[in-house]
Design a protein around this ligand. Sequence first.
Ligand code: CA
Length: 237
Amino acid sequence: MAEEKTVLIVEDEKNIVDILRFNLQKEHYRTCEAYDGEDGLGKARAEKPDLILLDVMLPKMNGFDVCKALRDEGDNVPIIILTAREEEEDKVKGLETGADDYITKPFSMRELIARVGANIRRTAMAAPAAAAAADSAMPVAGDLSINTDSHQVFRSGKAIDLTQREYELLTFLASHPNKVYSRVDLMEQVWNYGYVGDDVRTVDVTVRRLREKIEENPASPQFILTRRGAGYYFAVS
Ligand code: CA
């Protein structure tokens, strides 16, 4: 029996919390709940959940600010933002504040459970290793190197702080140099679920964030390049 995983639900609508709790517990997750942003942030720090389901519109502190606060503290817990369907901008904004994923309301419980599982599995595979020295990192291209034991990325020997998803996108592309992947391919390979539609914007936002962190000049990238109309690739000359 696998170790029980904890999901923190931060949501002010009690009926949504109830149905999430019920379904997650049925899938053998432990749950804890917070009904406003401040309490959500406090419980995230205190309970160290394996995943957070985070509503956007919350009393006291909104979901974006909760997400940003956790990332600023270096907490890389997987976060799935719950947004209302009409709030398209929320998706992009959520990812920009460091969320791993979003799901739109009203959501299918099956889809939500699948996303929770996919996001927790990714993190489990990337179990935190002891911090390794930069000199044991494998060079990838130019002055960029990746230590796949410690899951750290270095630029000129200096550690770069990436979210789990950014790290996985980078290592996936870097392990298939010069091969072009469409956004749909990347959704399947890196995000672990096969879905299409406008959600492929998730890939664009994550690529942009990754470039801002690893590229000298994000507007003129040298590592992660765009093949117009086809997708993205990791360039190695
Ligand atoms: Ca709400």
